[in-house]
Design a protein around this ligand. Structure first.
Ligand code: KIV
Ligand code: ZN
Length: 388
């Protein structure tokens, strides 16, 4: 099957950087932007230039160094925002302005105190204005997740008419169920006038832990861009995690979808973002967490030692992790102990292993994890005639 491409729009430096405590300076942003380009992302959302002089300078600096990816800047549907974004993107080889407005009844009433017609008008005006600066304009219908589909299709049709090249359908509050979000995208592919001239984009937040599932439902139903961040960082519970959607598409080739991402750089990129932002990655985080390829129960360890595929669906080297880890704990079995002992230089006979294993269990019950130094000591006190 010929895989269709899903564009990866990385917003680590915009939606991700909005997280309290994650602020980066321009130098740090440049390092990450270069790495994102190496990773193979199609679009780098570099910032929101009107928000501060620092953000303006970062978007400008990133525009100067990025060679292949599109560099994108966020704006509200406000003329000044668009002018400032265009200025910050002046040096970009492939500039994109990302403009938009809230479309849910709640946003229309409480944020804008406007009517649906006025919202459409403001959206179209902003897009038309942005098109006077750049050819590539992405429109976001903020809170599209809670916007009724018929009105959303109307807004999107007008956005395309005004010149939008990409339609971003954000589930801003992380409210949708995957079936619901997928159906929304399908409805738009069938009801938006001129949809063949635009790409639909998924931008899903993780308030109910469904961001990744929703983005995948979106591309299965016709979207061809996913907006995501490294490690899933972003407002509140975060955004769709880049590493997750990339590996889901790769592990399920029957979907017929793939990205340009060099997955071997995923782990390193996750470390870089985590360290630069001082944002710890939870150990059980899919793909890049410290335990993502670590096995600690005896049954699993025995299986993995016999054949990695018994308990792993991804080869760790495919995402840049050197090897699976066999972690020794009180739940580990003889196979794991023998495996570790061999790694550090002891070839134990079955009888020796039985004796050492009894000592090991006493030790492991007192410690969370048994490390190499402990194994040396356990073998020594087991008195099995091996000289240390
Ligand atoms: O979550 C959201 O709706 C956004 C838009 C500004 C694209 O981040
Ligand atoms: Zn967002």
């Amino acid at each position: 099957m010929n895989n269709q491409k899903v564009q990866i729009f990385d917003t680590t430096l915009r939606d991700g950087e909005q997280v309290p405590g994650c602020k980066l300076n321009t130098e740090q942003k440049l390092v990450i932007a270069r790495r994102l380009e190496e990773l193979g992302v199609d679009v780098i959302e570099a910032g929101f230039p009107v928000s501060s002089p620092g953000d303006f300078s970062s978007v400008e600096a990133i525009s100067k160094v990025v060679q292949n990816a599109t560099v994108c800047a966020l704006t509200r549907a406000v003329k000044e925002d668009i002018e400032v974004a265009a200025k910050a993107l002046k040096y970009a080889k492939k500039p994109r302005i990302h403009t938009g407005i809230g479309t849910s009844d709640s946003h229309i009433k409480y944020k804008f105190n406007a009517s649906r017609e006025e919202i459409i008008e403001r959206a179209a005006e902003a897009i038309t204005y942005a098109r006077t600066f750049v050819d590539d304009v992405e429109f976001y219908a903020e809170d599209a997740g809670r916007t009724d589909n018929e009105f959303l299709a109307k807004v999107c049709s007008e956005a395309i008419r005004a010149g939008a090249t990409v339609l971003n359908i954000p589930d801003t509050t992380g409210y949708c169920l995957p079936e619901e979000y997928g159906a929304k995208i399908k409805y738009l592919t069938e009801n938006v006038i001129g949809i063949e001239r635009a790409i639909l984009s998924c931008h899903c937040h993780n308030d109910l832990g469904l961001a990744t599932a929703n983005s995948i439902a979106g591309v299965i139903n016709g979207a061809r861009q996913i907006e995501c961040t490294i490690n899933g960082i972003g407002e509140r519970a975060g955004n769709t995690a880049l590493e997750e959607v990339v590996m889901i598409l790769r592990q399920h080739p029957n979907l017929g979808l793939d990205t340009n991402i060099n997955s071997k750089l995923l782990y390193e990129t996750s470390r870089l973002v985590s360290e630069s932002m001082g944002m710890f990655v939870q150990p059980n985080k899919a793909i890049v967490g410290a335990n993502a390829f670590a096995h600690s129960s005896g049954i699993h360890q025995d299986g993995v030692i016999k054949n990695r595929e018994t308990y792993e669906i991804i080869d760790p080297t495919d995402v840049g992790v050197t090897e699976s880890a066999i972690v020794l704990t009180a739940r580990s079995g003889r196979a794991a102990l023998a495996y570790r002992a061999k790694k550090i230089g002891y070839e134990l006979t079955k009888l020796q292993l039985d004796i050492v294993y009894l000592e090991f269990l006493k030790f492991a019950d007192r410690k969370k994890e048994v490390i190499d130094g402990d194994v040396h000591q356990i073998i020594k006190i087991s008195n099995i005639g091996i000289l240390i």
